[in-house]
Design a binder for this molecule. Structure first.
Ligand SMILES: C[S@@+](CC[C@H](N)C(=O)[O-])C[C@H]1O[C@@H](n2cnc3c(N)ncnc32)[C@H](O)[C@@H]1O
Length: 204
C-alpha cells in the first residue's frame, strides 16, 4: 500500500499553500500546452486534468488506487476526449513501446523508488518524436537552495516515507537517454520545469 493511499483525502487541502504560492501558476503554464496522446504519470487527485485542452487524449496513471479515486471524481476529467485512468507503477508501465506523444508528470519523481527505471519506462512508451515534460521539486541549484534541500532532506524523508527533497532529476533524465531541451528554475532551483525529447531513440 502506498503512503499516498492514506493521504488522498487530505492531499489537495495540504497542498493549497504551495499551490497559491507557486505550483498553480506553473501548472497553468505547462499543461495547457500539451498535445496529442498524453500519459500523465502520478496523476494523483487529478489536479492537472482540467488544464488539458479538450482535444488532448489523456491517460492518467498512478500507483495509488485511492489517489485515482479522487482523480475520477473531478468533473472536468470527463470532458476530455478519451480520458482514461489506470493504476500502474511508472517503473513497470503496462503500455506498449511508442504509445504516447507526451509523457508528463508533476511532483512525482521525488517519490519513485528508482527514478532512473521510471524515466526509462517513460522513454520506452514515448514515440520517437515524443516529449517528456516534468514539473518537479529537486535539489536547489545555488548555494542556499542546495544547502536547504540537503539539510532538510533526512527529516523530510523520515516523515514523508517516500519523498526525496534533493534529487537531481534533470541529470537522471539525461542519464536514461533523453535529450534535455529546457530546464526552467524557480525558488532557487528547488522547483523546475524540465523538457526533454527522445529524438535519438531510433539511432540508439
Ligand atoms: C506528490 S504526489 C503528486 C500528485 C500530482 N501529480 C500533483 O501534482 O498533485 C505524487 C504522486 O505520484 C504517485 N507515485 C509515486 N510513486 C509512483 C510510482 N512508482 N508509480 C506511479 N505513481 C507513483 C503517488 O501515488 C502520488 O499520487
Amino acid at each position: 500500500m502506498s503512503v499516498f493511499d492514506g493521504l488522498s483525502s487530505i492531499y489537495d487541502l495540504g497542498m493549497l499553500p504551495l499551490e497559491w504560492l507557486l505550483f498553480r501558476r506553473l501548472r497553468q503554464q505547462v499543461f495547457p500546452l500539451l498535445r496529442g496522446d498524453v500519459l500523465e504519470i502520478g496523476v494523483g487527485t487529478g489536479i492537472n486534468l482540467p488544464l488539458y485542452r479538450p482535444e488532448v487524449r489523456v491517460t492518467g496513471s498512478d500507483a495509488s488506487r485511492e489517489m485515482l479515486t479522487w482523480a475520477a471524481r473531478r468533473p472536468q476529467s470527463h470532458s476530455h476526449n478519451g480520458t482514461a485512468l489506470a493504476q500502474s507503477d511508472v517503473q513497470r508501465l503496462p503500455f506498449p513501446d511508442g504509445s504516447f506523444d507526451v509523457v508528463a508528470a508533476s511532483f512525482v519523481f521525488c517519490s519513485v523508488t528508482d527514478p532512473a527505471q521510471g524515466l526509462a519506462e517513460a522513454r520506452r512508451v514515448l514515440r520517437p518524436e515524443g516529449k517528456l515534460v516534468l514539473l518537479e521539486h529537486t535539489r536547489g541549484n545555488n548555494g542556499l537552495g542546495a544547502w536547504l534541500t540537503d539539510t532538510l532532506h533526512p527529516a523530510w524523508k523520515a516523515w514523508s516515507k517516500e519523498c526525496h527533497l534533493n534529487r537531481e532529476t534533470a541529470q537522471t533524465v539525461a542519464q536514461v537517454g533523453f535529450e534535455v531541451r529546457r530546464v526552467e528554475r524557480h525558488a532557487m532551483g528547488i522547483v523546475r520545469v524540465i523538457e526533454a525529447t527522445v529524438q535519438d531513440k531510433v539511432s540508439r
